[in-house]
Write a protein that binds this ligand. Structure first.
Ligand code: C5P
Length: 202
């Protein structure tokens, strides 16, 4: 049976970095499910209709270099509210999780909706200020024209939309282990995640 690890949490909590490191550590495949919603959002920004965009999404759509921008992130969280958009992306995520020897999927609803029977579920979080500060530095390094206040507003707006939506809202699964990375370095967050997974693996 393939081993499935889900890593959910709010924007910029360190899920991506932790997921990549965990996948490399265990020799598992990794899927950043946020990229799927970002790719749909990017298509909508160029005039596509959200449900049709999700239903016709192609692997090459995930290679769009603009997917990491704040504009696309906001649009992603708007299309992510639409139940039909979410259901169009479900099979791809579940098929990914079915591959051996195991996989790590990060997102918002992986432990609750996409893979409710996952072997290990983590909920990686941090204070809004910590998350905004990390995202600000990351965007600045990529040369983006952003302010720290603007990034904080963006993170809070997305969190609110993600938590309050009716379909698959952002919430920790009942059986998830929560890791608050606020006071942690990347290395400490990765070590905490690996320790939590090993504890569950037995
Ligand atoms: O994780 P990332 O910040 O790239 O996600 C972008 C947006 O996609 C999120 O704000 C959220 O609205 C949506 N998303 C989602 N479910 C997932 C992953 C991302 O609704 N599993």
């Amino acid at each position: 049976m393939p081993f499935t690890i889900t890593i959910d949490g709010p924007a910029a909590a360190g899920k991506g970095t932790v997921s990549k490191a965990v996948a490399a550590h265990f020799g598992f495949a990794h899927l950043d499910t946020g990229l799927l919603y970002r790719a749909v959002g990017a298509k909508v920004l160029t005039g596509a209709e959200p449900i049709a965009a999700a239903q016709t999404l192609q692997p090459t759509d995930l290679e769009n270099p603009d997917l990491r921008t704040q504009t696309v992130a906001q649009e992603a969280s708007k299309v992510a509210v639409i139940a039909e958009v979410r259901s169009a992306l479900t099979d791809f995520q579940r098929n990914f999780a079915a591959q051996g020897p195991g996989s790590v999927l990060d997102g918002r609803d992986i432990g609750t909706v996409i893979c409710p029977n996952a072997d290990v579920k983590l909920f990686v979080t941090a204070s809004a200020e910590t998350r905004a500060d990390r995202r600000y530095k990351e965007l600045k390094e990529r040369g983006a024209d952003v302010t720290s206040e603007g990034v904080l507003e963006d993170v809070i707006a997305r969190d609110t939309r993600d938590r309050e939506r009716a379909t698959a809202p952002l919430i920790a699964a009942e059986d998830a282990v929560t890791i608050d990375t606020s006071g942690m370095t990347i290395e400490e967050a990765v070590a905490a995640a690996i320790a939590a997974i090993n504890a569950k693996r037995g």
